[in-house]
Design a protein around this ligand. Structure first.
Ligand code: NAP
Length: 364
């Protein structure tokens, strides 16, 4: 199969570099266009990331001879790539306008930014959960008068650690009414150079701007349904979140407590929950998408797992690794969840979204 030419906006940043590395030998996509800020524009890619290439391997040959373009100029991408991954870090309004400008030029945008997550006709995808939200893209195109272009986004990185296990339970007939979540988020989640070493070494920072609001709201859109060309949010679970930054390089951990919306005698036992998680698979596995994990949920029996350093690369960094499932004396059950924030939570999750879009004919 001929590989599709793709672009990476924000190619010089933390997530952009992950895209470049992960797409190196991708069977469907080939990076032919890179763009970033005017500070990097005009430089060859290796020069633009000199002294700040953060991925533990060489820069792929594919991109060594690419000149970084100004991401603020969508027309420069015309004819160079079929669609773009967006990993830009700019003001929300600027990103929203820019993603629309690419779509208007006929270039679909698969985005990691939060700017369009609340746009009603923009799907916020976790392919194992809400692939049916792709249905709003037709409405989005009609609404804007776009022919080939559209925008699809990913949710916040920390949600990826626990949303698939929670969705698996809801799908199995165990709706969740309320939950609390405390995240322990890695420093790579703040981009590069990110949080100062003075703040991070020997320390925990109990605040990440905007993160608790995203954690409490985004799950309702992810679990929503498509109605009349828009995504109608779900009404539960009600979420209370505390988000912290911890001295870990990669891998967001979350401590989650759940209350089921069921009478006492219908609530699942620990054994029933483990069975649901063990058996869960979804469309990406059925379609055998190249970046789909064979097992989206991996349960660790050891009492001291999951741990970021040991478990973040499970299933190529695409698994939700869960452990410590037990009864909760305030809610019903509690567990600890982990996923790789720049892989499942960012670049590889974005690539999985693009694979789903391609498999469903959105780039034809
Ligand atoms: P980052 O390391 O700060 O990289 C930002 C990128 O945006 C760089 O390529 C930068 O180019 C470019 N950029 C900055 N200002 C620009 C401008 N005015 N015009 C054009 N390009 C500009 O950030 P990141 O952590 O990779 O995050 C990228 C996006 O992914 C953000 O929206 C973030 O919220 C989201 N995200 C991140 C994570 C994570 O784990 N890090 C997870 C999920 C989602 P220069 O190098 O030229 O400055």
């Amino acid at each position: 199969m001929e590989r599709i030419n793709v672009g990476v906006l924000g190619a010089t940043g933390m997530v952009g570099q992950r895209y470049i590395k992960l797409l190196e030998n991708h069977p469907w996509f080939k990076v032919t266009y890179v763009a970033a800020s005017p500070r990097s524009a005009g430089k060859l890619y290796p020069e633009a990331v000199k002294n700040r290439w953060l991925i533990g391997a060489d820069i792929p040959d594919d991109v060594k001879n690419l000149t970084v373009q100004d991401a603020n100029e969508p027309k420069l991408a015309l004819g160079k790539c079929r669609f773009v991954f967006s990993a830009l870090e700019m003001g929300k309004d600027e990103i929203k306008a820019l993603e629309a400008a690419y779509a208007a030029e006929g270039i679909p945008v698969v985005s990691n930014a939060s700017a369009n997550r609340w746009t009603e006709d923009v799907p916020m995808l976790i392919p194992e959960i809400n692939y049916s939200h792709l249905d709003v893209i037709a409405e989005q195109k009609k609404h804007h008068g776009w022919d080939k272009g559209f925008v699809a986004v990913k949710p916040n990185c920390s949600l990826q650690t626990y949303m698939i296990p929670i969705f698996a339970l809801i799908k199995a007939g165990y709706p969740v009414k309320r939950m609390t979540v405390t995240t322990l988020q890695a420093v790579s989640g703040a981009g590069y150079p990110g949080v100062s070493s003075f703040d991070m070494i020997d320390n925990i920072v109990p605040f990440i701007g905007g993160e608790e609001e995203k954690t409490e709201k985004e799950c309702l859109k992810i679990l929503g349904t498509v109605q009349n060309g828009k995504i109608e949010n779900a009404s539960e679970p009600v979420v209370s979140a505390t988000c912290t930054r911890v001295p870990v390089i990669d891998g967001h951990t979350a401590s989650v407590n759940l209350e089921f919306d069921l009478p006492e005698d219908k609530k699942p036992s620990i054994e029933q929950i483990l069975k649901v998680w063990e058996e869960f698979t979804s469309l990406p596995q059925e379609l055998k998408l190249p970046s789909a994990p064979e097992h989206p949920i991996v349960y660790r029996e050891e009492e001291n797992r999951p741990q970021p350093r040991r478990d973040r690369d499970t299933e190529k960094g695409m698994a939700c690794v869960i452990g410590r499932l037990r009864k909760c004396s305030v809610f019903d059950v509690k567990f600890v969840a982990l996923s790789h924030n720049t892989k499942r939570g960012a670049a590889l999750g974005g690539i999985l979204n693009a694979e789903l879009l391609k498999a469903k004919g959105f780039f034809d």
